[in-house]
Design a binder for this molecule. Structure first.
Ligand SMILES: [Zn+2]
Length: 98
């Protein structure tokens, strides 16, 4: 199965044999679906175009995870290292790719 990524906002959707009919984020009134219609991409296609996952320490104990170059609506994941346990602060991003 393929994990489908919206080509506009870069939010991943469930892995299915065919792309979803619509993107939950872009279908919201605060976002948009391009006039050309909904498009999807895959991790393999993005990697082929040079996109990669990067991590950085924002402050001691707080790490950011993002895609470079910036992709979609520029979301990022935040990991807060609380003792020995990592908490995912923002799960909209491509944290599952790590
Ligand atoms: Zn979208």
């Amino acid at each position: 199965m393929t994990i489908w990524t919206c080509a506009t906002c870069a939010i991943e959707h469930a892995d299915t044999a065919t792309p979803p009919a619509s993107c939950a984020i872009c279908s919201d009134d605060r976002q948009f679906v391009p006039a050309s219609g909904q498009r999807w991409t895959t991790r393999e296609e993005l990697a082929g175009k040079g996109y990669r996952i990067t991590t950085s320490e924002i402050e001691p104990g707080l790490h950011g995870i993002t895609t470079e170059p910036e992709l979609g609506i520029g979301q990022r994941g935040l990991l807060d290292g609380a003792g020995e346990r990592w908490l995912r602060a923002d799960q909209r991003c491509i944290v599952r790719s790590l």
